[in-house]
Design a protein around this ligand. Sequence first.
Ligand code: E4P
Length: 215
Amino acid sequence: MKFFLDTGNVEEIKRIVKLGLVDGVTTNPSLIAKEGRDFKQVIQEICGIVSGPVSAEVISLDVDGMLKEAHDIAKWAPNVVIKLPMTEAGLEATHRLAQEGIKTNVTLIFSAAQGLMAAKAGATFISPFVGRLDDIGIEGMELIRNLRMMLDMYDLPAEIIAASIRNIGHVEQAALSGAHIATIPGSLLPTLWKHPLTDIGIERFLKDWEKMSKA
Ligand code: E4P
């Protein structure tokens, strides 16, 4: 399973990349706005740090606008991926970009039908939002399981990015449910390698070691 970092924060990426855990990065307009920096500069810096796919989202809602933005963004770095919303215009733009060999990530997917449409249109990645579904009382992970079954059943090459990941359980369940990738907020990732019993264990080992050296 691959892990993407869901952040626009360059320092966070630099720190976590050292652990060998980062296969790519996803951003969205909210994450970029949080950084208060130039969009192109942020994406180019991230693309320079991470060799895997880096998603940069268009903000246009019409096909021509999406394609214009996509063609511009695609020139920023070789590993940039165009993120498009799951709309009729988004599907057309996805299809056109796929024909040109430009990689896409169709975002804001909340149903298996939407995921299937995006994969069929030629998306490289599809991003179902697990946490936002859970927020409205629908089990987000069921969507991951259903999408994986559909992609396998019909040999569709799109990869599922489990997005809107909020906790450790989401990451574990995304892995078990067949997501190819989980995109994880930089603030959440450190909690994945932490466990209170590990900390207690280290403390005990060191105390015993000290006792021995004092004896
Ligand atoms: C990633 O592609 C999504 O934009 C992101 O995971 C959304 O997460 P949120 O629902 O926590 O905003």
